[in-house]
Ligand binder design. Structure first.
Ligand code: ADP
Ligand code: MG
Length: 343
């Protein structure tokens, strides 16, 4: 195994707008990278170029020292030692679980001994050893997906590519499968690239998140860092909840702002010829009550464990907060912003 490197990779289908623009990525061996972004932003195209189903129009893809593809040459998918798991994970209905899992080995013509051993190992990894003789029809949805995962493991791929594998499942099964994927990653040790448009899925699963928009890569970082320190307005609004305030922040000020800084900025007018900065305020960093700035409750939505509150500040900007008690629309309260992040 080795790390996967994308070096300024672009894909232009000749439609006027490139599907992928100058994407550079460095996925460490054994890493779990989520490729996150809205529908149509180029995630599947990136995955298909890594797998070898599509050649880059520009840039290069490497696995360690080995060149997989550039505009002049592209190694065919079967020679890349990768496995791709699709949303529909078609299993053969007439074959047992074990034979479904072993199918890619049969195609490659391995010895009987290797065939049996690899199936046992793969089923073990996804905790399905007891169900080896069943037919797919006798399994639950989650178990079938685990069979599909085991099937991609038997060839011992360097990289496992997953394209929105949970997109069509109901919420309950999604949660079960998120656990399965996390465990699968740890037990298999495989490098995984997981495409999703669901940020909570990306947060829960991945060791790193790559945020994409309109074919471009905006930021790559661990989930906690993407959440706390998003780069730019787009990432700030795509990831997590919060409000973006427009404040006259002096350029020399730290990007992480405390209440002392924010209080001074809240009432301040834009400096002469100066610029307003986008400042992200997460709802959990807004305290209601006590001594702070005045705000008026616009709405409060009940979410079970708390209320999600939208507030209007005196200058007309909007703030979001959480509250244990129900704030009534129209009420005036004071707010303190304990921490904020300049985008
Ligand atoms: P995502 O997976 O993020 O939803 P895709 O990678 O499927 O996005 O698509 C990115 C863009 O490239 C879209 O605008 C899509 O219409 C376009 N695209 C994808 N595949 C092709 C193709 N084979 N020919 C032309 N355009 C394509
Ligand atoms: Mg897609």
């Amino acid at each position: 195994m080795a790390k996967l490197i994308l070096n300024n990779v672009s894909k232009d289908f000749g439609t006027g707008q490139p599907a992928v623009s100058r994407v550079s990525l460095d996925v460490r061996e054994g890493g779990f990278l989520a490729l996150l972004g809205p529908s149509g932003c180029g995630k599947t195209t990136v995955l298909r170029m890594i797998a070898g189903f599509e050649a880059p129009s520009d840039g290069a893809i490497f696995l360690g020292e080995r060149l997989l593809a550039d505009p002049a040459q592209s190694l065919p998918p079967e020679r890349r030692n990768m496995a791709m798991v699709f949303q529909s994970y078609a299993l053969w209905p007439h074959m047992s679980v074990a034979d479904n899992v072993g199918y890619p080995l049969k195609v490659r013509g391995v010895s009987k001994e290797v065939y049996r051993r690899r199936i046992v190992e793969a089923l073990d990894t996804v905790r399905l050893a007891d169900l080896a003789d069943r037919r797919p029809a006798d399994l639950s949805g989650g178990q079938r997906q685990r069979v599909a995962l085991a099937r991609c493991l038997v060839t011992q791929p360097d990289v496992v590519l997953l394209d929105e594998p949970l997109a069509n499942l109901d919420r309950h099964l999604r949660q079960e499968m998120e656990e399965t994927f996390r465990e699968f990653h740890i037990r298999s040790g495989a490098t995984m690239i997981y495409v999703t448009h669901d940020q909570s899925e990306a947060m829960a699963l991945a060791t790193d998140i790559a945020v994409m928009s309109r074919g471009e890569l905006l930021q790559v970082a661990p989930p906690q860092e993407i959440y706390a320190c998003p780069e730019g307005r787009l990432v700030g609004s795509l990831i997590g909840r919060g409000a973006i305030l427009s404040l006259a922040v002096p350029a020399a000020m730290l990007r992480k702002l405390d209440w002392g800084a924010i209080r001074a900025l809240l009432g301040a007018a834009a400096p002469d010829g100066g610029v307003l900065a986008d400042v992200l305020v997460r709802p959990e960093d807004v305290r209601l009550g006590g001594e702070g700035a005045a705000a008026r409750v616009r709405s409060s939505l009940y979410e079970g464990e708390r209320y999600s509150v939208t507030l209007d500040l005196a200058d007309g900007q909007i703030l979001r907060a959480f509250s244990r008690e129900r704030p009534m629309p129209g009420d005036t309260m004071s707010v303190t912003i304990t921490s904020a992040w300049r985008l």
